[in-house]
Design a protein around this ligand. Structure first.
Ligand code: GNR
Ligand code: NI
Length: 167
C-alpha cells in the first residue's frame, strides 16, 4: 500500500475527464487500495482517482464513523436522482474551504465492485452527497464550480496565499 499525493485546486489536471475501466486487473486493485489508504489518512469520506492524477473511473467512499465500511465504485453511473438538498461540502483538493452546495437528495448509482460484479446502491443523506461529489471529480468538476464566480475568485486567492505560506 502507498499514500498518493492529492492534487490541489486549481490544478488543471483536476479538469480531466476520466475514462471507464475496461478490466479490473491487479493495477486497478492496487489503485483502489492505495486510494483507500490515502482517503483514511487524509482523513476524508471519499476520494476519486482524478484527485490522485489517475484518470480512470474509480472512486472510494467510507462515510462510517468506525472507518470500516469501504465502498469501491468502478465505472459508477447515477441512474436515478430525486429531490433537492443543500449541504455543506468540503474537498481534499480544496483544503480549508467549506460551502453549501445543492444536490439531489437521493440517488441510485450503478457500478462494478472489485470482483467485476454489477451492483446498484440507493443512497440518501451524506452518502448521496458524497457519491455526487465524487462523480463530479471523474467528470473534471470540483464542488467550487457550483459556487458563484465571486466565491470562486475568493477561494483561489485564499488558496494561493495558503500555498505561499506553506511553501
Ligand atoms: O472528505 C470529504 N468530505 C466531504 C464532506 C461533504 C461533502 C463531500 C465531501 S467529499 C470529501 C473528500 C473529497 O474531497 N472527495 O472528493
Ligand atoms: Ni473532493
Amino acid at each position: 500500500m502507498a499514500l498518493l499525493p492529492i492534487l490541489r485546486f486549481p490544478d488543471p489536471r483536476l479538469r480531466k475527464v476520466a475514462v471507464p475501466v475496461n478490466k479490473i486487473d491487479n493495477g486497478i486493485k492496487k489503485l483502489a487500495a492505495d486510494m483507500a489508504e490515502t482517503m483514511y489518512e487524509a482523513p476524508g469520506i471519499g476520494l476519486a482517482a482524478t484527485q490522485v492524477d489517475v484518470h480512470q473511473r474509480v472512486v472510494v467512499i467510507d462515510i462510517s464513523e468506525e472507518k470500516n465500511d469501504l465502498l469501491v465504485l468502478i465505472n459508477p453511473e447515477i441512474t436515478e436522482m430525486d429531490g433537492l438538498a443543500i449541504g455543506e461540502e468540503g474537498c481534499l483538493s480544496v483544503p480549508g474551504i467549506y460551502d453549501k452546495v445543492e444536490r439531489a437528495e437521493q440517488v441510485a448509482v450503478r457500478y462494478l465492485d472489485l470482483d467485476g460484479q454489477q451492483r446498484v446502491l440507493k443512497a440518501d443523506g451524506l452518502l448521496a452527497v458524497c457519491i455526487q461529489h465524487e462523480l463530479d471529480h471523474l467528470n473534471g468538476k470540483v464542488f467550487v464550480d457550483h459556487l458563484s464566480q465571486m466565491k470562486q475568485g475568493r477561494i483561489k486567492t485564499k488558496l494561493a496565499k495558503q500555498a505561499r505560506v506553506t511553501a
